[in-house]
Design a protein around this ligand. Sequence first.
Ligand code: GLN
Length: 278
Amino acid sequence: MEAPTISQTLQQLKKRLPPLEAQVLLAHVLGVNKTWLATHPEHTLNANQQEHLQLYMEQFASGMPLPYILGCWEFFGMEFDVSPVVLIPRPETELLVEEALAWARAHPKPAYRLIDIGTGSGAIAISMAKHLPAAQIDATDISPDALIIAHQNAKKHGLDTRILFHQTDLFPEAQSASQYDLILSNPPYIPTDILHGLDVYGREPTLALDGGPGGLEVIRRLLAASKQRAATGGLLLVEIESTLGKAVHKLAGGQFGGASIHILKDLAGHDRLLKIET
Ligand code: GLN
């Protein structure tokens, strides 16, 4: 049998995967980037590559998300190691990083004190460390397994000396920074019964997704704890579930009376981000 070309293989893969994922998978198997892939449609796959691809597709068919199969995924232009102990970084969360960086540009400081709560793979903390050299960064997670991945990712990008990782629920004890200029978090926020009906349930860590019966358990505790730990003139950004914008706005108003509070939308036009300027 003749060896299949890149363009034939992509055509086949696209029957089972979204186009972008098909490209990412094939580029991974060939050890090239997506641009190379696009410019070499007639290049053929050798037997070893075909076998690898076959194996990956079997794992994919068994329900394993592609980023876990590949062991890495892109976020904010950087590659992060991922495994089933961490949430797969989502494009929506790039909005949080963009907002945080825009705020920092508008509020220059010699050294920002920043915390990423529920860091998971470390995607938010590490992106911030890369783009905000003048920041002292804490990152916390309740999961020791997630912190191993987060630390590995910080090291991979040469940023491990910039971030202090803490295994704790929400904030660490007030030894490193008692108050933060930037409090960032993508907490678990999916209401439990909704989560149980989603594809991600059982595939990605429940700990990173389950926001309790109404979806607001962790956000409620996070806002209450942030009251003591947010510096005056600082910023809080928390990713939220699209149906909970109003409820989150109300909760935030209860904790941060005099602050400016906004709910920002993601690119799909859904409520996605709570922004509090203290
Ligand atoms: N956005 C994720 C999802 O829809 C949920 C992330 C979270 O709960 N923090 O699967």
